[in-house]
Design a protein around this ligand. Sequence first.
Ligand code: SAM
Ligand code: DTB
Ligand code: SF4
Length: 346
Amino acid sequence: MMELGTSHSSATGQSADRSLRHDWSREEAQAIYDAPFNDLLFRAQSVHRRFFDPNTVQLSRLLSIKTGGCAEDCGYCSQSAHHASGLKASKLMQVEKVLAEARKAKEQGATRYCMGAAWRSPKGRDMDMLCAMVEGVKAMGMETCMTLGMLSNDDVGMLKHAGLDYYNHNIDTSERYYEKVITTRTFADRLETLDRVREAGIKVCSGGIVGMGEEPEDRVDMLVTLANLPEHPDSVPINMLIAIPGTPLADVEKIDAISFVRTIALARIMMPKSYVRLSAGRTQMSDETQSLCFFAGANSIFVGDTLLTTDNPGEDSDAVLFGKLGLRPLELQPSASAVEDDVQEP
Ligand code: SAM
Ligand code: DTB
Ligand code: SF4
């Protein structure tokens, strides 16, 4: 796919980093979010350049390893058994099938492979297969990420032992708005799993969705919660709601692109060393909106023509956009993962 040159990732270890703040007040964050747009973007781009190559974007690939039939009632999700989205539920995918898909993603330039399951939490009987998926993908030289719902201490222990690099678990919105969107679990449940993951030494990927009918204050509060965690999430996915027919949020008013870009910029400013991912919703965005997101500090995307159950722009249109903008895919440092002999980087 992307035929442009690549850049090498830099270590973003932050545990003892005093340049990172964890004491943001909601008032100062709101003032940044509300600043004149040019001031906001200039500040976000300046912060971005202190810690990252501004023309390099990390590429992740998603696979739905268990689709639909989920017990949770998340108002945005096509996979909830509570909503009539018409999605067909399927069982956990076989390990070999997952690894075959992962190999294709690696050939297309992805450096991180994210496996998602429509679960409230995984069952003990699934853990061996999940660990085998992590081991297999890692052996190909990609970073591994899973998103499986809430985890117990035993679950995180097993996934860590298998070599899982990242766990994605979004807080999705502010604490205040959370119960308007999801009733089958609490915001505090979400934070508890994030604590377990971090304490086990797995890198945290956590962000949220904008455009669910929330107020700008909810976007700010969501980001303040993430920025004030004991460590900033290594990755912060910012999704624009994909309105799914049959879900409670199907007809919610669309967020305007400028507010979306402001959300990205605030994430970049408060979490300067994190990868901020321009996640779901890119099919609804113009090239110009995506470009503003990159200028505001987004430096990661999902590649490939599907996300979990919905469409994504696909490699051809991303290659064209990267060409127009002079962006390059991030390349992993060779030491970042174990690498199979037959796919070893030069
Ligand atoms: N079941 C697990 C969970 O909820 O953590 C993992 C899969 S879930 C689909 C992962 C994330 O996808 C959600 O937290 C949400 O941020 C995002 N997501 C789901 N449906 C979406 C939609 N329609 N539009 C935008 N983002 C969505
Ligand atoms: C995240 O923040 N976004 C991804 C990933 N983490 C798992 C999921 C987006 C899902 C979009 C709707 C769908 O495809 O079903
Ligand atoms: Fe289930 Fe996750 Fe969808 Fe919620 S977001 S319904 S937990 S798959």
